[in-house]
Design a protein around this ligand. Structure first.
Ligand SMILES: Nc1ncnc2c1ncn2[C@@H]1O[C@H](COP(=O)(O)OP(=O)(O)OP(=O)(O)O)[C@@H](O)[C@H]1O
Ligand SMILES: N[C@@H](CCO)C(=O)O
Length: 317
């Protein structure tokens, strides 16, 4: 390993829940134009102390100092899990995802950091071990451990969490012509706050309905029945409780359904919305519509994406 070479790492944006799989389903996305939608972390070398500099479009949304930054916290968590003192690093983060957005911004920084440290220090952790460390770090931000952002950001694709399995998650099939428009309005909604409004309990009937819609979606993916899969995209858990936080959702859903959009849902904990489309023309029109009717300020971001089949990775310099 040559410490004087800058090493660059990337992890993609992700959408938790995908409406039908609260805390159990998540997908990584990438813009159609091949650009990167996610954080980039550089390991610039080794030094006497651990330092982090930050640039990027959303740097202003982060805490002022760097000691609270998730990348620094990830370094110490990685070191602690390893059980030995590591050389200190000079780090640089390009913060390309908005914070508190529902695009998996915290997960993205956590994933790129753990991935980078594991690569730089010669892979001491297995994929499953690293994923667990990522999820614990993400739990520290949102108040509960959930994998639906870290798993797709790390591994790519559409990931279903497998409760109780040592495999942790499984990559699901997708539809080749599905595109997703992500629209972040520019306002911040913390995951922690959006979890505080959730119901503490579900009735038996509600629990069965939730398991049923998720099963319907997953089986339709495997049988490649597109209309059936799209029809199953109903959020029976989080959306009813979060609607007051995102009152635009229902009118936008009605308008976009009339324009041929398969589904409009909350990306993760919001406020980003995701619109599922099965034609490039509809996706393009939807992006314009959401930019006009949902974007609220200069921080807003609207982008037409496809599923990112690759997750975190090293970038060529
Ligand atoms: N590098 C970082 N990237 C993102 N958030 C960070 C980072 N470092 C510290 N934070 C803090 O972590 C918190 C992230 O909040 P939150 O989990 O709500 O955002 P999010 O990941 O964008 O949301 P979601 O999980 O719904 O996509 C904020 O308080 C933010 O200041
Ligand atoms: N499943 C999580 C995702 C947060 O991004 C939630 O909805 O709270």
């Amino acid at each position: 390993m040559q410490n004087n070479n800058i090493k660059r790492y990337y992890a993609p944006a992700s959408t938790g829940n995908m409406s039908v799989g609260f805390d159990l389903l998540g997908a990584a996305f990438e813009p159609l134009d091949g650009s990167l939608l996610g954080d980039v972390l550089e390991i610039q070398g080794e030094a006497a102390t651990l330092t982090l500099t930050i640039s990027g479009r959303y740097v202003h949304q982060l805490p002022a100092g760097t000691s609270d930054n998730l990348v620094i916290k990830a370094f110490y968590a990685f070191e602690q899990a390893l059980g030995r003192t590591l050389p200190r690093l000079t780090l640089h983060l390009q913060k390309n995802l908005p914070v508190g957005s529902g695009l998996g911004s915290s997960a993205c920084s956590i994933v790129v950091a753990f991935y980078a440290f594991n690569d730089y220090f010669d892979q001491p952790f297995s994929q499953a071990e690293l994923l667990q460390l990522m999820a614990i770090a993400e739990g520290g931000v949102s108040g509960s451990v959930h994998y639906d952002n870290v798993a797709p950001s790390y591994l790519g694709g559409l990931q279903l969490m497998l409760s109780g399995s040592t495999k942790i998650c499984r990559s699901l099939p997708w539809f080749a012509d599905w595109q997703v428009v992500l629209c972040y309005p520019g306002t911040v909604l913390s995951t922690k706050a959006a979890r505080e409004v959730l119901p503490k309990q579900l009735s038996l009937a509600h629990s069965i309905a939730f398991a049923g819609t998720l099963s319907r979606f997953v089986s339709a993916l495997y049988s490649q029945e597109q209309a059936e899969a799209a029809a199953a995209l109903q959020d029976l858990v989080a959306e009813p409780a979060r609607l007051p936080l995102i009152p635009e959702l229902l009118p936008l859903r009605t308008a976009l359904a009339a324009a041929g959009v398969l589904h409009l849902g909350i990306s993760g904990a919001g406020p980003t919305l995701f619109a599922l489309c099965n034609s490039a023309a509809i996706a393009e029109q939807t992006a314009h519509y959401l930019q006009e009717h949902y974007a609220k300020n200069q921080d807003a971001l609207t982008v037409v994406c496809r599923l990112a089949t690759a997750g975190a990775r090293a970038l060529e310099n």
